[in-house]
Design a protein around this ligand. Structure first.
Ligand code: HEC
Ligand code: HEC
Ligand code: HEC
Length: 417
């Protein structure tokens, strides 16, 4: 039994002991069902505001299956504990939230407890949504109840194994990790920054992916120090960020709304739905997000963007001054030349690989995902797609390729095989 497993089981044991101790705390009453409120009973402006806010929370991205009915749920999410399926958020009274009162909905969003009193798993980012103002939660409620088509679809739950399948253990989790302090504006900062902080920390749940998590799946420090999402590495947004080019606020807005910037590359993988949601939003709000997100980087090391870019261009495949490939990486270089160089080359249309954060990450996860599944670009960058190479390459070829990419385009140590 490896040390990792021992620690995991010790942690699991602790959770069980905790669960017994907190049995009293785990109990949450049911909030009685109501008849589905008539859509006309909600204020039109409130519904519209709810639509915008739901978009900031990426509710559709998680609560809709590919090609499925909007908000009907059952999108599988992979977690370290197993697969969990999202719930049906349509106002269907049997299988959705049609019988939920405003109070029941608020409790789910802020405390992670469903209408019947059962604890919800933090794969649902209620630990971020708890920062959202009641008035905003009520607007989302109005939108879901009044403007979303009811769909009958029973939620599949999760396939977590013991003891993670016991929802009551989450009472302990909440006690340890759920910070319910309401969002407080910082009076030393301007209104834009505070609006951005509210959106990023609350509905935008940026830290859900960009912060590291502990063994129990709770966000931990350093905040925004890099995390993982659906098999991808979500790079740090704090002073340890991997960016190879300095960001201006406008560049950040472009990246966040369109998902691509000539200096910074692509928002691929789980960042794509985030960008697709922001693409539809008001630019003023996204500037606010960028204002706050930019200050997360405070204390970063100074970067000579032009010098780094010049060096990156010289490392591109086929550049006359490009360094020769050492023998140990020859196999990977061969794969690169055959499969990748048509796009990733000197004077090509792509961002130099040496400027892409994923190449400099501590783990090869995102690079491997990109090779396996390619890139389906966000709405704002259509046309910049990359084909999936997963099925066409052997594991050995992929391994050699990834080691070559790291050696050629990054100065960081080799990735663990
Ligand atoms: C990262 C993915 C993700 C995002 C984003 C997300 N949810 Fe969820 N949500 C989940 C998962 C997973 C569950 C199921 C949790 C469980 O089964 O314990 C869930 C459950 C819920 C529930 C409980 C419903 C029930 O029937 O028990 C509500 C309410 C909810 N989400 C509302 C929202 C709203 C509103 C938004 C947008 C502001 C949102 N969610 C965004 C993943 C997500
Ligand atoms: C569902 C997970 C997820 C959420 C939520 C999320 N991100 Fe990301 N983000 C990622 C991943 C994964 C990447 C890496 C994309 C790639 O490799 O192309 C990324 C990349 C980025 C980058 C580029 C960083 C770099 O070094 O190139 C920025 C900036 C960013 N995200 C900001 C945000 C902000 C701001 C929010 C909240 C509004 C947010 N992200 C929400 C997963 C997420
Ligand atoms: C048809 C053109 C094309 C081919 C072939 C191609 N790519 Fe890409 N690749 C792109 C585009 C477009 C992007 C998006 C970013 C950009 O514009 O530079 C990208 C981005 C990437 C990224 C950055 C991903 C991120 O984290 O956002 C990596 C790494 C990458 N490619 C590796 C490869 C490798 C390895 C191969 C060969 C197996 C390959 N590419 C083949 C077009 C291509």
């Amino acid at each position: 039994m490896g040390i990792g497993r021992t620690v995991l089981w010790t942690a699991a044991g602790l959770v069980l002991v905790g669960a017994a101790g907190f049995a009293w705390l785990a109990y949450q009453p049911e909030i009685g069902p109501i008849a589905r409120p008539a859509p006309a009973s909600f204020d039109k402006a409130m519904i519209e505001r709810g639509r915008v806010l739901a978009n900031y929370g990426d509710c559709t991205a998680c609560h809709t299956q590919p090609n499925g009915k909007p908000f009907a749920g059952n999108l599988p999410l992979k977690t370290p504990f197993g697969t969990i399926y999202t719930t049906n958020l349509t106002p269907d009274p049997e299988t959705g939230i049609g019988t939920w009162s405003k109070e029941a909905f608020r409790r789910a969003m802020k405390d992670g407890i469903d209408r019947k009193g059962r604890h919800l798993y933090p794969a649902f980012p209620y630990d971020n949504f708890t920062k959202v103002k009641d008035a905003d939660i009520d607007a989302i409620y109005a939108y879901l109840m009044a403007a979303v088509e009811p769909v009958r679809e029973t939620t599949r739950g999760n396939d977590f194994s013991f003891p993670f399948n016991i929802r009551a253990t989450l009472a302990g989790w909440n006690l340890l990790f759920l910070d319910k302090t309401p969002f407080k504006p910082d009076p030393s900062k301007d209104a834009e920054w505070n609006e951005g902080a509210y959106l990023v920390e609350g509905l935008g749940h940026c830290s859900a992916c960009h912060s590291p998590r502990n063994m129990m799946g709770a966000r931990t420090t350093p905040a925004y120090g890099g995390g993982s999402a659906e098999g991808w590495y979500a790079p740090p947004l704090n002073k340890d960020n991997l960016s190879q080019q300095p960001w201006t606020k406008t560049e950040l807005v472009t990246y966040l709304m369109d998902g691509w910037h000539p200096k910074h590359g692509m928002a691929a993988g789980p960042m794509t739905p985030v960008v697709d949601a922001l693409h539809k939003q008001n630019e003023i709000d996204v500037f606010a997000i960028a204002a706050y997100a930019g200050t997360l980087r405070a204390g970063e090391k100074a970067l000579d963007g032009d010098a780094v870019r010049t060096a990156a261009l010289k490392r591109e495949w086929g550049h006359p001054e490009a360094p020769p490939v050492p023998n140990e990486f020859a196999a990977g270089a061969k794969v690169f030349e055959a499969r990748c160089a048509q796009c990733h080359r000197d004077k090509g249309a792509t961002v130099p690989l040496a400027l892409q954060s994923s190449i400099h990450a501590p783990v090869s996860d995102s690079v491997m995902q990109v090779i396996m599944h390619g890139i389906s670009p966000p709405t704002g960058a259509l046309g910049r797609s990359m084909p999936a190479f997963g099925p066409q390459m052997s594991e050995a070829e992929r391994g050699a390729l990834v080691q070559f990419l790291r050696a050629r385009f990054s100065t960081q140590p080799a990735w663990k095989k």
